[in-house]
Each structure stands twice: as structure tokens, then as C-alpha cells.
Design a protein around this ligand. Structure first.
Ligand code: 5GP
Length: 118
């Protein structure tokens, strides 16, 4: 059993406009913004507006909207950074490496097999 959703997590504050973010995409159900500590140039995060802690507690409608946005943003990131490919991943709970407890997908463009230099 995972912990409850904390409405004061950093991404919830970004959604409420209480913290700044470099937003690159937004629709009714999702938001995408640049990672503040990128693993490479173009490292982008895509989150649902609905309050989900991770993949395991997300509603089906949330996941459907998020999947569409991940594809939209991935296509845009690939084109914008002239990447050969993309790594897309997400973590669930501290044991996996999750540090912000609002569901999010990482998108990291890659060229010649590695993330782009920052
Ligand atoms: P995870 O929870 O999947 O391990 O990663 C959370 C990600 O959020 C990290 O890549 C981290 O750099 C990013 N991050 C943490 N705090 C902020 C913030 O305030 N703004 C933005 N844009 N990204 C953040």
C-alpha cells in the first residue's frame, strides 16, 4: 500500500502556479515542462493535472490523456532537438527512485545513443 497523494508536492505547486516552470505543452488534462536538473538537453517531464501519486493509483482516463500527451511531446522534443531517438520512463515509489510524488513521465532525447550535452 503506497502513501496518500500529497497536494503540496512540487508538481502540484507548479500546476497551481505557485512555483515557476518552463512549460512547453498544456492541454485540459496534462502539462509538460523542462526538467530543472536535466539529464541532458531537452529533458522534459509530462504530468497529468489529476492528482495521481504514480502509475499505480492513476485513473484510466488520466492514463489515456497522459499517454496521448507523452506521444505529442515526444514527437515535438525529437523534432526540436533533432534527436535520433528518445528514452521515456517513469518511477513509482522511493524504492524505484521516485523523488516527486506526482505521476510524471521523463522524455530524454538521444543522439548517437547518448543524451544530448547540456
Ligand atoms: P523522479 O521523481 O522521477 O525521480 O524525478 C523527478 C524529476 O523532477 C527529477 O528529474 C528532477 O530534476 C525534477 N524536478 C524536481 N524538482 C523540480 C522543479 O521544481 N521543477 C522542475 N521543472 N523539475 C523538477
Amino acid at each position: 500500500m503506497s502513501a496518500a497523494y500529497d497536494p503540496d508536492n512540487i508538481f502540484a505547486k507548479i500546476l497551481r502556479g505557485e512555483l515557476p516552470a518552463h512549460t512547453v505543452y498544456e492541454d485540459a488534462h496534462t502539462l509538460a515542462f523542462m526538467d530543472v536538473m536535466p539529464q541532458g538537453e531537452g529533458h522534459t517531464l509530462v504530468i497529468p493535472k489529476a492528482p495521481s501519486r504514480g502509475l499505480l493509483d492513476a485513473e484510466p482516463e488520466t492514463l489515456a490523456a497522459l499517454a496521448r500527451s507523452v506521444q505529442t511531446v515526444a514527437r515535438a522534443v525529437k523534432a526540436a532537438f533533432e534527436a535520433d531517438g528518445l528514452t521515456v520512463f517513469q518511477f513509482n515509489e522511493p524504492a524505484s527512485g521516485q523523488t516527486v510524488f506526482h505521476l510524471h513521465f521523463h522524455i530524454i532525447p538521444r543522439r548517437d545513443g547518448v543524451p544530448l550535452k547540456r
